[in-house]
Design a protein around this ligand. Structure first.
Ligand code: NAD
Length: 312
């Protein structure tokens, strides 16, 4: 495994991180025992960064993850969870709720502290509240030892930068923004780095769009993006290469990202993912993919409050 420094925290994180949303059944029903094996396999192969949220599977992912982490040396991994998002349309970034949320997560995870607490999908909230109330409340929690670092997550990069410019955050996580289909996160990264903020790249397979196994019905990508993802899958199939392998390596390669977080509830997938993240892929194939996706490159979708969405 390759390790990189997380912003100015000095912490070393694995270039491939583990994303626990599939443990909550986000991508379809799972076998919890297999989910536990997926986590243990990732840890055994050197993954030391784990991301989860109470939102995933309505707290289900944290519960399964807590089972997987039982008995594992707490100093061997960095655990990140989130506050503020509790349902598809259920958000509460108030100081009172997020402080309670941390205690609830610690209970489910069976841990005394989390390394990183993140405001989940800030674009759905009032950014001013996130800056003036939510982040300061989480900052104060550091003194209790329940959290070590504070971060923000979301899809629109402008909203994340707005918060990062005004609040003291250690990390920014965005998803589906550095993949075969979108390169925007890398463009925004220097701006975060100037403030010493570590950048976390989530959803290298574009939440299943580039996994080669069909896209979940809830996926927000517009039809033409889905169609181009299918074309990339067909091209990879013709070349005899798994699209997930190409997509994963492409997303995880830039050293500017502290870590790239992939989700899976399968031990076999995680075994492959660790290998694929570190193995270069054929440059000619990447050139062909580049040409194929050029009509839709960086085509984002609106999300969150209209005033917080990235311009189209
Ligand atoms: P992803 O791009 O990692 O894709 C996950 C899907 O790809 C799952 O269906 C999984 O089974 C499949 N997959 C994984 N490895 C595979 C392989 N080797 N072959 C075939 N299919 C494979 O999407 P994700 O899980 O949404 O993102 C990763 C993690 O990032 C999440 O679990 C979560 O922790 C984090 N995340 C955070 C936010 C946020 O904070 N707003 C948003 C999205 C993701």
């Amino acid at each position: 495994m390759e390790y990189r420094t997380l912003g100015s925290t000095g912490l070393r994180v694995s270039a491939l991180g583990y994303g626990a949303s599939p443990l909550g059944g986000v991508f379809g029903a799972i076998d919890a025992a297999e989910g536990v094996r997926a986590v243990r396999t990732a840890l055994d192969l050197g993954v030391n960064f784990i991301d989860v949220s109470p939102f995933y599977g309505a707290t289900g992912a944290e519960t399964v993850l807590g089972r997987a982490l039982r008995g594992v040396d707490r100093s061997s991994y960095l655990l990140a969870t989130k506050v503020g998002r509790y349902g598809e349309a259920e958000f509460d970034f108030s100081a009172r709720r997020v402080v309670r949320s941390v205690d609830e997560s610690l209970g489910r995870l069976g841990c005394e502290y989390v390394d990183l607490i993140q405001c989940h999908d800030v674009e759905f909230g009032d950014l001013r509240q996130v800056v003036e109330e939510t982040v300061p409340a989480l900052e104060r929690l550091r003194e209790t030892g329940k959290v070590r670092l504070v971060g923000v997550t979301g899809y629109p990069l402008e909203a994340l930068a707005h918060v990062a410019d005004r609040a003291r955050v250690d990390t920014v996580l965005s998803y589906c923004r550095y993949t075969l289909l979108d390169r925007e996160l890398l463009r925004w990264t220097p701006r975060f780095h100037r403030r010493g903020i570590g950048v976390i790249n989530a959803s290298p397979l574009a939440m299943g769009l580039l996994a080669g196994s069909g896209t979940p019905a809830w996926h927000p990508a517009p039809a033409r993006l889905r169609e181009h993802a299918r074309r990339v899958a067909r091209l990879c199939r013709r070349r005899g290469v798994d699209i997930a392998r190409v997509a994963l390596r492409f997303a995880a390669a830039p050293p500017e990202f502290a870590t790239t977080v992939v989700g899976s509830a399968s031990a076999d997938e995680m075994t492959r993912n660790v290998r694929w993240a570190l193995e270069p892929v054929d440059e000619d194939l990447l050139d062909e993919i580049e040409a194929l996706v050029s009509p839709v490159l960086n085509a984002s979708w609106p999300t969150g409050r209209p005033e917080n969405s990235d311009p189209r």
